[in-house]
Design a protein around this ligand. Structure first.
Ligand code: BYC
Length: 484
C-alpha cells in the first residue's frame, strides 16, 4: 500500500491520503462514524450559520508548498478528511528507551493503553473548542473575523477526524468506543464534560476568542510538536500535518489581539488620553481599555498553563521513556534523548515560598514543555507591546507569574498575585478583580459585541487587518450569510 503520497483522494465520502479505498474495514468504520459527526456538527458547531457560504480553505495536499485551496463552502459540506504528512521510510524512534529502533507502524502492545489515552485527550480538545466558540458568529466584528472563526472551527473538526482515524485504524473495538465517546462529551456539561479543565470554560466574547486562539491553541502547538516526535509513526505524521493548520489559528489570535490593542491606542491618541488607567474615559470611546485586555490575558494564560498537567508527572516520564511523547522539537535538542541521569529545575512551593528545585528530568517533562510554551507565548506579547509603545502610551502587557490563578499542579492550593507573591484568601478575594475580568468588565465587553456584517466594515473596537485572506481586497464578502 502506497501511503507516502502528497495528493489527497477526494473521490469517496472521506478525503484522505492514507489509501482508505484499500482498507475496507477502516473505511467502513469511518463511514459509520460520519453521520454522528455531522449530527454533532449541526448541533454543536457554529450556531445560525450552517447554511451560509463561507470562504474557506480546504486541504487538498500535504505538500508544504501548496496544500490548500480556497472557495465558498457551506460548513456542513466541508470536506473533512484524513491527512498525514509523508512517511520517512527510515525514520527511527528519536528518544526514550527504544531510541534508534525503527519507528513503529503498528501500536506497540505494551504501550497500547498509554498511547490511546494520549490520542483520546488530544482528540477531546478539538470538538470542545468548537463547542466553546459556537455562539460567536452572531457577534462577529466583521465578515473577515467571522470567516476566520469558522476556518478555525472546521479545522478543529478535521483534527478530531485525525485522532478518530488513529483510534479506528489502530485500536479495534475500544478505539471505536472512544471515537463514539468523543461525540458524546460536551464542553461545560456537568455530567459529561470535556476531559481537560480549560476546555470546559466559556469563550464569552471575541476578545476571549482571540486570547484563546493565542494562548490555548499555542498549547495545542506545543503538545502537537511533542506528539509529532512520537515513535508511533502514524501519530507523528498526523500531528505534523495538523501543525500546518494550527499556525493559522495562532495567527488569528495574535493578530486579533494586536488589532484590538491598535484600535484602543488609536482611539486614545485621537481623544488625547495618555493615561491607560483612565478606564472610564477610554471605555466611552467604545474601545477596550488596556488594563482589561491585560486581565483577559491573565485569565487565558493561567487557564492554559493548567493544560500542561502537573509539574512533576510520572505519566509524562513514562510516555517519554516509552518513546510515545517527546519534548518540544526533540529533534533539535542536543543531548542523549534518554534523560535517565539528567535533572531539570522545577518551580515548587517549598516552606511557603516559590523556589526552583532540581528534579529528575524525566519527571519534569511537563514543566519543561510549559517553560518552552511560556517563552513562545512571550514573543507575540512583545509585538502587542510594540504597538502600544509606538503610540507613546506608558503600558506594557505582561504574562502573569506561573503560580497565578492555577487549578492544576504545584500552585493549585495557594493564591498568588500576578508577580508570584503569595496571598491569603482574604487578600485574594479583595484583589481578584484587579487581576481577572470582573462582572463589570465582562458586561462592558459584552456591550461592545454588536455584529458588523457589512463587507469591508469593522466594529469600532477592532482595527481592520493589514491584509485580507488569500490576498482578497478589503470589501471582499468572506461570508455570504443565508438566514437559517
Ligand atoms: N484538566 O500526571 P499528570 C489543543 C489530570 S490543546 C483536567 O500531570 P499528564 C487544542 C491527568 O489527566 C492540546 N485534568 O498528567 C487547543 C491525570 O489524570 P489521570 C491537547 C488534568 O498526563 C485549542 C492527572 O491529572 N493535547 O490541541 O502528565 C483548540 C495527573 O496529571 C489536567 C494534549 O494535552 C487538566 N488540565 O499531563 C483545540 C496532549 N491536567 O490520567 C485544540 C495529550 C492533568 O491520572 N495529553 N490532568 O486520571 C497529555 O500529554 C497529558 O495527558 C496532559 C496531562 C499534558 C494533558
Amino acid at each position: 500500500m502506497n501511503i507516502n503520497i502528497a495528493a489527497v483522494d477526494y473521490d469517496g465520502l472521506i478525503p484522505n491520503n492514507v489509501a482508505l479505498g484499500q482498507d475496507p474495514r477502516v473505511k467502513r468504520a469511518l463511514e459509520k462514524w460520519h453521520p454522528g459527526y455531522i449530527d454533532w456538527w449541526k448541533d454543536m458547531g457554529p450556531e445560525g450559520f450552517q447554511e451560509s457560504l463561507v470562504y474557506l480553505r480546504t486541504a487538498v495536499s500535504v505538500d508544504p508548498k501548496g496544500w490548500a485551496k480556497f472557495d465558498y463552502v457551506r460548513m456542513p459540506e466541508y470536506r473533512w478528511g484524513v491527512l498525514l504528512a509523508p512517511q520517512h521510510p527510515d525514520r527511527k524512534i528519536p528518544f526514550g528507551r527504544h531510541k534508534g529502533e525503527a519507528a513503529w507502524q503498528e501500536v506497540p502492545g505494551e504501550y497500547r493503553a498509554m498511547l490511546r489515552r494520549l490520542i483520546v485527550i488530544q482528540g477531546d480538545t478539538e470538538p470542545a473548542s468548537v463547542e466553546q466558540q459556537r455562539h460567536l458568529g452572531k457577534t462577529a466584528p466583521s465578515l473577515y473575523d467571522m470567516r476566520n472563526l469558522f476556518q478555525v472551527n472546521v479545522e478543529e473538526g478535521r483534527h478530531l477526524w485525525a485522532m478518530v482515524y488513529l483510534l479506528q485504524k489502530y485500536f479495534g473495538t475500544d478505539g471505536r468506543e472512544e471515537a463514539e465517546a468523543l461525540l458524546q462529551r460536551r464542553s461545560g456539561d456537568p455530567d459529561t464534560p470535556r476531559m481537560l479543565g480549560a476546555f470546559n470554560e466559556k469563550t464569552p466574547d471575541w476578545l476571549s476568542f482571540f486570547m484563546f486562539t493565542y494562548f490555548t491553541d499555542r498549547d495545542g502547538k506545543m503538545q502537537l510538536e511533542a506528539l509529532a516526535q512520537s515513535g508511533f509513526d502514524p501519530l507523528s505524521r498526523t500531528c505534523r500535518f495538523m501543525l500546518t493548520e494550527e499556525a493559522h489559528h495562532m495567527f488569528v489570535g495574535e493578530t486579533g489581539v494586536t488589532r484590538v490593542v491598535q484600535r484602543t491606542c488609536e482611539a486614545m491618541k485621537q481623544a488625547g488620553i495618555s493615561d491607560p488607567y483612565e478606564v472610564e474615559k477610554v471605555r466611552k470611546l467604545g474601545v477596550i481599555d488596556l488594563p482589561t485586555i491585560q486581565k483577559k490575558a491573565n485569565l487565558h494564560f493561567s487557564l492554559t498553563l493548567d493544560l500542561f498537567g502537573n509539574e512533576i508527572s510520572t505519566n509524562a516520564a513514562n510516555a517519554f521513556h516509552a518513546g510515545l511523547k517527546g519534548r518540544f522539537r526533540e529533534d533539535r535538542i542536543k543531548d542523549d534523548h534518554q534523560l535517565e541521569h539528567d535533572r531539570y529545575p522545577v518551580l515548587r512551593l517549598i516552606d511557603g515560598t516559590i523556589q526552583n528545585e532540581d528534579a529528575p528530568a524525566l519527571s519534569a517533562l511537563n514543566m519543561r514543555l510549559r517553560d518552552d510554551y511560556v517563552a513562545d507565548a512571550n514573543i507575540g506579547v512583545g509585538r502587542w507591546n510594540k504597538v502600544i509603545a509606538d503610540a507613546g502610551i506608558p503600558f506594557e502587557i505582561k504574562l502573569p507569574h506561573v503560580a497565578f490563578h492555577r487549578h492544576i499542579g504545584e500552585f493549585s492550593d495557594i493564591k498568588a498575585d500576578v508577580n508570584g507573591n503569595l496571598l491569603s484568601d482574604a487578600e485574594w478575594n479583595q484583589k481578584r478583580s484587579d487581576y481577572l475580568p470582573s462582572d463589570g468588565d465582562k458586561d462592558f465587553i459584552e456591550s461592545l459585541m454588536q455584529p458588523q456584517f457589512e463587507p469591508g466594515k469593522f466594529a469600532r473596537w477592532i482595527a481592520p487587518p493589514k491584509v485580507g485572506i488569500d490576498n482578497k481586497p478589503g470589501e471582499f464578502e468572506y461570508v455570504k450569510i443565508v438566514d437559517a
